[in-house]
Design a protein around this ligand. Structure first.
Ligand code: DAH
Length: 347
């Protein structure tokens, strides 16, 4: 019986690798291991095997069955692979030049971001990136934004489920929550915790807020954060920098004004309005464009900078808002639809 079992496997090894179609494999399966198949036939001879040899024989039968099943599986997988290859057609050479090379254009948000980066690099700012998944500490606590501040409300912020883990974004405080950053101001904190002043950095990137989507709002947009820390920094340094940045970007006729405002991480704080009537479709005299202020001493205390020695300013602007003014775009949703008719207008 032992010989018959191994002969059966040998026969299958010779036959199955050349079966051409699925029905052939099905038929072979019935012949080898089906209820009326050869293996079942051999199993029926168990009664004639002496009692003490039965366990060993049983084991051999099992092994034979597994070997036959594996050969059938391999035959089926080979046929499936052939079918797929037939569907895919002849192999493609990915190194051939494209017959229709569509010249790409830069996305308008990329154009504005790169222009801003380059304007700020000229005056010594370094471009820094931070994670889009943040912890409450970097997004709020360290920015002097207490737990009862409305910006932290689940109505305004996308929190991640408590079981979510992000090995690359270490929690600072036990049990704090992960969230999609609501602003790029979190990168200020990351930068200050990494090194000593003086600091001059900007951080462009994507931010997320719960918001209804309409022509001027999106739950996901882009900001550029700036931070300058040194000795004897004043509001007039801040005003001069923003004048320089906005005039370089939008033209010498651009006017900039500060309005008092409140942000937890700056004191005093301002909202910045732009007047740029020379731009297309700008029909309001003043358009609110960003927030800014002098870094609050509480923020310095939190990152371990001596606030009696160091001073600084910070600002944060929406890139979409600026791009909309620059290019006369009246609906924010155009930025995210990837409609080539829109995108090809920028180069
Ligand atoms: N984080 C603010 C926002 O998202 C913008 C902002 C305001 C950034 C004042 C700053 C600042 O650095 O000082 O609306």
């Amino acid at each position: 019986m032992q010989d018959q079992l191994s002969a059966l496997v040998t026969k299958a090894e010779a036959e199955l690798p050349s079966l051409p179609t699925r029905p052939d494999v099905e038929a072979a399966k019935a012949r080898y291991i089906g209820p009326k198949g050869e293996l079942t036939g051999l199993m029926k001879q168990m009664g004639t095997v002496p009692k003490e040899e039965r366990p060993a024989m049983g084991k051999l039968i099992n092994q034979t069955q597994m070997a036959l099943q594996a050969l059938l599986d391999t035959a089926l997988a080979r046929i499936e692979a052939n079918e797929l290859a037939a569907q895919l057609g002849p192999a493609i050479d990915p190194t051939l030049p494209s017959p229709d090379p569509l010249p790409g254009t830069r996305h308008p948000l990329t154009l504005v971001r790169e222009e801003l980066n380059s304007i700020l690099r000229k005056v010594g700012f370094t471009v820094v990136e931070g994670p889009e998944v943040e912890t409450e500490y970097y997004c709020f606590d360290a920015l002097n934004t207490p737990v009862d501040h409305p910006a932290r409300d689940a109505q305004d912020t996308f929190y991640l489920p408590p079981e979510a883990t992000f090995p690359n974004v270490a929690k600072k405080v036990p049990n704090e929550k992960y969230l999609l950053r609501t602003h790029t101001s979190s990168v200020q904190i990351r930068t200050m915790l990494k090194g000593e002043p003086p600091i001059r950095m900007v951080s462009p990137g994507r931010v997320y807020r719960r918001d209804t989507v309409d022509a001027t709002h999106s739950a996901n947009f882009h900001q550029m954060e700036g931070l300058y820390v040194d000795k004897n920094v004043t509001v007039s340094d801040l005003k001069a920098l923003l004048d320089y940045v906005l005039k370089s970007l939008l033209g010498a006729d651009t006017k900039v004004r500060f309005r008092p405002h409140y942000f937890g991480y700056t004191e005093p704080s301002f909202e910045v309005d732009l007047s740029a009537k020379h731009l297309p479709k700008v029909n309001k005299e003043w358009v609110e464009i960003m927030g800014c202020g002098m870094v609050d001493p509480a923020v310095f205390d939190d990152v371990g900078y001596d606030s009696s020695v160091w001073s600084g300013y910070a600002f944060g602007m929406g890139i979409e808002r600026i791009a909309m003014m620059m290019y006369g775009i009246d609906d924010i949703r155009y930025f995210y639809q990837n409609d080539l008719r829109f995108l090809r207008q920028f180069s």
